[in-house]
Design a protein around this ligand. Sequence first.
Ligand SMILES: Cc1cc2nc3c(=O)[nH]c(=O)nc-3n(C[C@H](O)[C@H](O)[C@H](O)COP(=O)(O)OP(=O)(O)OC[C@H]3O[C@@H](n4cnc5c(N)ncnc54)[C@H](O)[C@@H]3O)c2cc1C
Length: 442
Amino acid sequence: MQTRPMRLGPLEDGQRVIIIGGGPAGSSCAIALKNLGRKLGRDIDVVLYEGTQYGPDSIKRVGVLAPPLVQTLENTLGVNFPCQLVARKIVGYYLHSGRYSIRLYMGGNLSYVAHNVALDAYLLGMASRMGVRVLSGRVKDIKINHHEVSVEGESGGTRGDVLVGAFGLDSFTAGLLEKVTPYRRPRALYSIMAKIPAPVEYLLGCEDYIHVFLPSMGEVEFGVVTPKLTHFIVNIAGRRVSHEALRRFLALPEVARLIPTDALAAWSTSGGLVSPPIPFPLEPARNSYGDRYVTVGDAAGLVRAYKGNGINAACVTGAKAAEVMLTAGISHEAFLYHYFHAFSDIIKDLPYGRAVRRLVLFGEGYGLLPLVLYAAGKDRTLVNVLIDFLSGHKTYHRILKDWGGVELIYRFLKGLLPWMPPARVEATKPAAEATMGRLAPR
Ligand SMILES: Cc1cc2nc3c(=O)[nH]c(=O)nc-3n(C[C@H](O)[C@H](O)[C@H](O)COP(=O)(O)OP(=O)(O)OC[C@H]3O[C@@H](n4cnc5c(N)ncnc54)[C@H](O)[C@@H]3O)c2cc1C
């Protein structure tokens, strides 16, 4: 058998990339390989394996397309943002804890709500039109040696020059890569989602806000209620979330008041749609790259700890890996210096992310978070800090540097004096903006 020469430099005309996974990370990598390759005068052969057939009833994620996804698609990937998929726009968040809520208007940084897998289909279709060979069926085996990589899938085997692991947190596939490389999957939290149909008129009457809850519930670190056009998506996250925890979350008065009682009852009695626990990464994978392999998206875990825009991170890491393969190479060194180091802001922010998570868990455990919301309701600076925390634009380190830790503690304590809590606190928006929508009527 003729072996390939060992070339770990930038990909050359005709070399082959094998991508496992056709989620946003895999498709973005494929699109960027084709786009940038053409600009550099090289035709890269891209083979992408996708093992799941998603349909209208698929429930994989919420489907919020958060900033800066529009810029990522249009500027980094060179594809149009699919406005036709947008069902609703989101202008901000409500943060709830116990009796207190605060409204955080994102100042024109809109998010969009779409069917949860619509963007995957759009990007995969785009990749296919650009000449990527999309093979249906799951990959069952991976081999990587000095000279080539090969995979065996339900739709046949392929040999290539480099492997891109874009398989999300698929346990089986992570196991395959762990067997043949030092790759170790990221630690994860789990989320359960419920799709609760509600009358369209009711949903249209709800504000264009996502509701984030930080309840004192032990197993639930946070919960989110997202209004779509025909239903609510409710998801809870934690280390060990269960359907029972979801039911208890839905019964919390502050959650129950958002969803019509009839809709909740109908969903409950019909044994409504609930996902199994779905993992999402808490921190980066170990050895997420090496000679002839690189992981992207959730498989790499290069996401801002505790922040929500995983689709954007998947697209950014997929596109960056493609650029590195075409310009720096497919060796361990190329991926270390040009791919992994490109995300050093995320890596350096990990200790801060962990500290924030511990603080939130501590606050939930001791019922302190309502006080934070109460104090923030009286201080515009604290509101801005919360907006920064939720938006994902800045690292935690940057937020603390910009606002000053001691200053924040001072403002928080000042906000608590005098401690005369009203039943509900709303802040952040001038009166004119506050009339844009109304909270679910109940
Ligand atoms: C409950 C929940 C809700 C979320 N909601 C949002 C949201 O609203 N907005 C947002 O930005 N992010 C959200 N996220 C995060 C987001 O879903 C992920 O960050 C994003 O999907 C990562 O993309 P990916 O391409 O890396 O992986 P994935 O989207 O998981 O794609 C991996 C693909 O690989 C395929 N695959 C795996 N193994 C194999 C194999 N052996 N052979 C062939 N194919 C294989 C899978 O079928 C899958 O299609 C949510 C996460 C969770 C858990």
